[in-house]
Write a protein that binds this ligand. Structure first.
Ligand code: LMR
Length: 332
């Protein structure tokens, strides 16, 4: 057995966490040679629910589960952890935008960012709670010492949504969506996000040669941007099953080398690439070297339509950042 991986999950009593645990404990994410120590954080009012989850973990007897600690003190829970999945926060409900959650979830992101001081030296943080990009900026600012490269906001769910829609349109089943590569998710995890299929491929062939451009720029973009809302409108609650799968995908993207010529997307602090200012967490196409070192794919050709969409999503992120500043979420 290799070294145990310590994984912290905040908001661990919630639906996404329950759906995530089997992915982590089956060996699908970190491999069957690694045992997992779970560090589960919940607020006092959610603790009973979390205790129920822990009972179910026991009943499931996952062979790779080494230990489970639960608690409501983020500093204690984050002690020594290698991965932290930020799920804690109020989920969006009908009629809300993700950015409506900034005040309440931004406070949590700030508190949890500060509490990362005793995490493992190579800790990685994935922010899922909305508004994910700005929460990621808030958490990384509050964390101070931890290099910003360790933080990401999740857009892998948008990526799998985009791949599923492209697969369907091309006459494949959703299960064959893995044959779709090189979709790029640019910007904010919000309705301004730009799912860009202009370089997407199915079995190596450009989808732009198979699917009508009008659909790729219209209905497809809207379908991906609004999918989270449609799930809420339909089921009454925000995505859990697919969000959990996307978290597993994100971690795998980071810890395995990206296949040559391909990429995946996540929100990271901009380094100025593609004219995006340095101070926002923006989703870019990335490649990983498998040690967790990610770099933004350079040289992707963007047409006028894509550039215009990038501007719109950047403007929204700058607005969110301004609001976060006004709320004191980006200062001590
Ligand atoms: C999603 O994309 O499903 C989540 O971010 C939840 C939401 O508010 O849409």
């Amino acid at each position: 057995m290799k070294e145990t991986i310590r994984v912290a999950i905040t908001g661990a009593g919630g639906q996404i966490a329950s759906a995530l645990l089997p992915h982590l404990l089956s060996g699908e994410v970190f491999g069957k040679e690694r045992r997992i120590a779970l560090h589960l954080l919940e607020m006092p009012r959610g603790m009973k629910r979390l205790e129920g989850t822990v009972m179910e973990l026991e009943d499931s007897a996952f062979p790779l589960l080494e230990s489970t600690v639960i608690g409501d003190d983020p500093r204690a829970i984050f002690n020594g952890v290698h991965w932290v999945i930020f799920l804690a926060g109020k989920p969006r409900t009908k009629g809300m935008q993700r950015s409506d959650l900034l005040k309440v979830n931004g406070d949590i992101a700030k508190e949890h960012g500060k509490a990362l001081v005793k995490a493992a030296q190579d800790v990685r943080i994935l922010v899922v709670a909305n508004p994910a990009n700005t929460n990621c900026l808030i958490a990384s600012t509050a964390a101070g010492e931890i290099p910003v490269e360790r933080f990401a906001a999740m857009t892998s769910l948008d990526e799998t949504r985009a791949r599923a829609q492209l697969a369907k349109k091309a006459g494949l089943s959703a299960e064959e969506a893995h044959r779709v590569t090189n979709v790029a998710i640019w910007g904010n995890h919000s309705p301004t996000m730009h799912p860009d299929a202009s370089h997407a491929r199915i079995d190596g062939e450009l989808v732009s040669g198979m699917i009508d451009t009008g659909w790729l720029r219209g209905e497809f973009v809207e379908l991906v941007q609004e999918r989270g809302k449609r799930v809420i409108d339909t089921s009454g609650h925000s995505s859990a099953l697919s969000a959990a799968k996307a978290i597993a995908d994100h971690i795998k993207h980071i810890i395995t080398p990206t296949p040559d010529g391909e990429w995946f997307s996540a929100g990271i602090l901009s380094d100025g690439s593609y004219g995006i200012p340095k101070d926002v967490v923006f989703s870019f196409p990335l490649v990983s070297d498998s040690k967790g070192n990610c770099r933004i794919v350079q040289g992707i050709v963007q047409d006028a339509f894509t550039k215009e969409r990038l501007r719109a999503t950047l403007d929204e992120l700058l607005e969110e950042k301004k609001e976060a500043e006004a709320l004191g979420l980006l200062s001590d």
